[in-house]
Design a binder for this molecule. Structure first.
Ligand code: ADP
Ligand code: ZN
Length: 531
């Protein structure tokens, strides 16, 4: 839709055809490339698989000099450079995996003006020796990949990224392009500020991934649920299963293998050779499942990942979006499936409470978790929720490709149930000065005389046994949804429940509490791991 093709952009298009062998630009690539080729700064937000690399690779080829690419993914630099060389692009990298001589060769190539692209780790770029080297050669642009690493709030924070703000001062005439797939408005602002790019043009691609079907199911026996799901829908498909701990990574991979699904583990506790071997098998083979902690996946470019499954709740919606975004880069139908339960909330809360960081950091982490819970418990379109989270406008009528659109959950008036839960929490605290977790609250409501109920005389409370109208799963569902709606909070690392400011409005009958019905129980035995 260009009216007057200038010499720069026709060269960009020619490069796309000639070097990369593609017919046309995708989405905003063309506008971004034109802008950078012309010397402008850009902040690019594009979902994973959107095609960010070309946005700096083509300008590097078109502009005179070498494009400097800052990337935290040292392990992938070799692959990226090899892929470019295979296309006939003169690319090199400098990082800590090289010895002195290898580095000298690349540096000499750069100084001789023989490189189109030079990949650098951020910790290298801040060294005076590196800055001096760059000053002696010709730089065509700076590309700052995974730019969200500059954000102190994200889990990918890299202090070295903060030093990148110097680039603009030292090379005021060299365009800079910052790219990320992770971005709420806040991260977006932070990137612009911390990298000192006030004049940058912002390109925000749609975060919608229409070919990914989002589904979130209540967690009962997660491994068996996963196996059923894989057998029913993803026989022989490549996919990623995310777990929170190394231990559950190991046991899940083993469980799948034992049950006929080829699966390998991946986590930071494995030695480098094993990790590399499992990663390269995943990239090469057709139907391998990788069971991994979040250590796996950043920068992995495998187009035919058919599913991403979560057995534990991600810390944030950003994390969830980024991880699920590794499915279906080829545009073909794929699923993002998650099993989630009350224990996830308690566990995450524990991590926040016992983790590093000051009070502000904890509050931020808690609000990330709250948004994630909101997504899990919504009775509305999941995609719509995701898009709204990223500040984008969803389709009014729902997406038709998520569980809540495909099978709209029934809702019911949970006001009385909510009051029962909240008054149990109040009674315990006011009459006994005690705080308990969801298990005990539910046992009290159900009138169960467990050892712990007897021990604390909880069968003497007036609320004992007032909740026999619902079963245990339903009560757990009520508690989860109250947490998600902010009507109840998990207070400590022990998972004790406390009221919130909003709880009073329910107890005083000033508002109703619509709740979604628990979906029918999954068809697996409930022997273990209930949550
Ligand atoms: P990102 O870095 O945004 O996750 P990539 O740059 O790795 O995405 O691109 C994702 C995939 O899409 C790659 O396989 C890439 O070759 C392909 N791709 C990117 N742009 C185009 C295009 N204009 N036409 C065809 N394929 C493209
Ligand atoms: Zn939907």
């Amino acid at each position: 839709a260009r009216q007057t093709p200038g010499p720069a952009d026709s060269e960009a298009l020619a490069t796309l055809h000639r070097v990369f062998g593609y017919d046309a630009f995708r989405g905003e690539q063309e506008a971004i490339i034109e802008h950078v080729v012309a010397g402008g700064d850009a902040v690019v937000l594009m979902p994973t698989g959107g095609g960010k690399s070309l946005c700096y690779q083509i300008p590097s080829l078109v502009r005179p000099g070498t494009g400097i690419v800052v990337s935290p993914l040292i392990a992938l630099m070799q692959d990226q450079v090899d892929a470019l060389r295979a296309l006939g692009v003169n690319a090199g990298f400098v990082n800590s995996t090289q010895d002195f001589d290898e580095r000298r060769v690349v540096e000499a190539q750069f100084l001789a003006g023989e490189l189109d692209l030079l990949y650098l780790a951020p910790e290298r770029l801040r060294l005076d020796s590196t800055l001096d080297l760059l000053a002696r050669g010709k730089v065509s642009l700076f590309a700052i990949d995974e730019a969200h690493c500059v954000s102190q709030w994200g889990h990918d924070f890299r202090p070295d990224y903060l030093a990148l703000s110097l680039l603009g001062e030292r090379w005021p005439d060299v365009p800079r392009i910052a790219l990320t797939a992770t971005a709420t408005r806040a991260t977006h602002e932070e990137i612009t500020q911390r990298l000192h790019m006030p004049a940058a043009r912002h390109f925000v691609a749609s975060f919608d991934r229409p070919n990914i079907q989002y589904r979130i199911v209540p967690k009962a026996d997660p491994k068996k649920q996963l196996l059923t799901y894989l057998r029913q829908e993803h026989e022989g498909d490549a996919g990623i299963v995310y777990c929170l701990s190394r231990k559950s990574v190991e046991s899940t991979a083993e469980f799948l293998s034992r049950n006929g699904v080829e699966a390998v583990p991946y986590h930071a506790g494995l030695d480098g050779a094993t990790r590399a071997a499992h990663q390269s098998r995943f990239l090469r083979e057709d139907g391998l499942v990788v069971v991994a902690t979040i250590a796996f996946g950043m920068g992995i470019d495998k187009p035919d990942v058919r599913f991403v499954a979560h057995l534990d709740l991600p810390k944030s919606v950003e994390g969830y979006y980024q991880e699920t975004g590794r499915a279906g880069r080829d545009g073909r139908p794929s699923t993002a499936w998650m099993a989630y339960g009350l224990n996830d909330v308690v566990q995450q809360r524990k991590l926040i409470q016992s983790g590093e960081g000051d009070e502000a950091f904890r509050r931020r982490a808690q609000s990330h978790l709250d948004s994630m819970l909101g997504l899990c418990e919504t009775a509305q379109c999941r995609r719509g929720q995701l898009l709204k989270y990223f500040g984008q406008e969803p389709a009014a009528e729902g997406c038709g490709n998520c569980d809540t659109c495909l099978a709209p959950p029934e809702t019911w008036d949970g006001t009385v149930a909510a009051q029962k839960v909240l008054s149990t929490v109040v009674r315990l605290q006011r009459e006994r000065g005690q705080k308990f977790g969801a298990l005990q609250i539910v046992d009290i409501l159900l009138g169960k005389r467990t050892a712990k109920v007897i021990q604390f005389d909880h069968d003497q409370l007036s609320v004992f046994g007032i909740g026999t109208d619902l079963d245990e799963d339903e009560w757990r569902g009520v508690v989860r949804q109250l947490l998600a709606q902010g009507l109840l909070a998990v207070e400590s690392e022990y998972g004790t429940l406390v009221l919130t400011e909003a709880s009073g409005t329910v107890l005083r009958r000033e508002r109703e509490v619509p709740l979604r019905k628990e979906p029918k129980k999954p068809v697996v035995s409930r022997s273990s791991g209930s949550s």
